[in-house]
Design a protein around this ligand. Structure first.
Ligand code: NAD
Ligand code: IPM
Ligand code: MN
Length: 363
């Protein structure tokens, strides 16, 4: 056991809105079924709370999470009743920005050939990771509106790229490539930087320069570049070519929804928001999906796989392995929700996985 780590680690759980309310309890069940040495504490941050008392993040909320918890598991934020989306901005983007969780790690893995809409793509063909810069870019809220509501209205949204921010995410991508293997055991070997430096020359120029400098420190790793538009085309035509992709906040957002489509849809995609050494946050890639919320339709596997990522990050490797193996088996046996072709509801799919994790299903 790591002497630095307490015997029981603490996890903050925030279900959030819409299907977050449904998928997170299934992720919690999997964690409990694995017998992980963790203590879970729920917080009610989200649209209901905001509509009730006007509070998005309670005072000192982020400081409390950083101080009192080893990791955070969240669902999704977004509710049609909150037109401004202010609570999502303050909670979700607050967690990422104010806790400085600069590396948004989004693995893209195909668990079963049947889940991929492309012809002839097998699980071994789709095992890439996207490292999305998570604390700057067009998400910083820099900008404003001048003469709103008039014919002369001007809206600006600044794209902020700092030398420090660009360098740390690019370095993280190379370190990740060096330290991780693919699921089939083969080493990772390529880092591809994705930008739009042909049109956005100021920010793109910084990314280009930093990528060149940092990649020179990793001669054993192949450094590649692609413009984001071309990358979208190649991702659909031949996803086999990708290994580790590093990109800015907005491009990372977009290409990970595209990539989720190749994994079987948003219900299958998990992510980590990481700052090494700090309390990090884990979540499914999907949103609150209002049209299917409250209907026991949402696929809980993205949330369950995010929980497994979190446990792995916390050093609870055996528990993470068991949860991931149970999800893989559920997919193989079609014990899944309808979006990926199974007959089960959110609860039933989650319970099947939890039972399997607990060793109660036949092996
Ligand atoms: P969404 O991810 O909620 O849904 C996109 C599509 O995928 C919908 O067709 C939905 O039904 C489907 N889908 C998503 N998750 C699914 C699951 N687990 N199982 C089955 N199907 C699933 O994105 P959207 O519709 O663009 O946004 C809805 C709300 O969620 C908005 O308020 C948006 O801002 C918010 N959002 C939040 C997050 C987050 O909190 N991390 C992420 C994305 C979107
Ligand atoms: C995601 C989401 C968020 C983002 C939204 C809800 C702000 O789409 O986590 O991918 O753009 O980062
Ligand atoms: Mn997104």
């Amino acid at each position: 056991m790591d002497p630095q780590k307490p015997a029981i680690q603490r996890i903050a759980v925030i279900r959030g809105d819409g299907i977050g309310q449904e998928v997170i309890p299934q992720a919690v069940k999997a964690i409990q079924a694995a017998g992980a040495a963790v203590e879970l504490t729920e917080f009610d941050w989200g649209a209901d709370r905001y509509l009730r008392d006007g509070i998005t993040v309670p005072p000192e909320g982020f400081a409390m999470l950083a101080r009192d918890f080893d990791a955070i598991l969240i669902g999704a934020f977004g509710d049609p009743r909150v037109k401004t989306n202010i609570h999502a901005k303050e909670i979700l983007l607050g967690l990422r920005f104010k806790m400085d969780l600069y590396a948004n790690l989004r693995p893209v893995r195909l668990l079963d050939e049947a889940l991929c809409p492309l012809k002839g793509v097998e699980p071994s063909d789709l095992d890439l990771v996207v490292l999305r810069e998570n604390t700057e870019g067009v998400y910083t809220d820099a900008g404003g509106v001048f003469k709103p509501g008039t014919p002369d209205e001007i809206a600006t949204q600044e794209d902020i790229n700092t030398r420090k921010g660009v360098e740390r995410i690019i370095r993280y991508a190379f370190e990740y490539c060096r330290e991780h293997h693919k699921l089939d055991g083969s080493p990772r070997s390529k880092v591809l930087m994705c930008d739009k430096s042909n049109a956005m020359t100021h920010a793109g120029g910084l990314w280009q320069r930093v990528f060149k400098e940092v990649s020179a420190e990793y001669p054993q790793i192949t450094a590649q570049h692609m413009y984001v538009d071309a990358l979208c085309m190649h991702m659909v035509r031949d996803p086999r070519q990708f290994d580790v992709i590093v990109t800015n906040n907005m491009f990372g957002d977009i290409i990970t929804d595209l990539a989720a489509g190749l994994q079987g849809g948003l219900g299958m995609a998990a992510s980590g928001n990481i700052h090494p050494g700090k309390t990090s946050m884990f979540e499914p890639v999907h949103g609150s999906a209002p049209p299917i919320a409250g209907k026991n339709l949402a696929n809980p596997f993205g949330a369950i796989l995010a929980a497994a990522m979190m446990l792995r990050h916390m050093g609870l490797t055996a528990e993470a392995d068991r949860i991931e193996a149970a999800v893989l088996e559920a997919v193989r046996q079609k014990k899944t929700t309808q979006d990926i072709g199974g007959p089960l509801g959110t609860r039933e799919a989650g319970e099947w996985v939890a039972d399997r994790v607990a060793g109660e299903k036949e092996r």
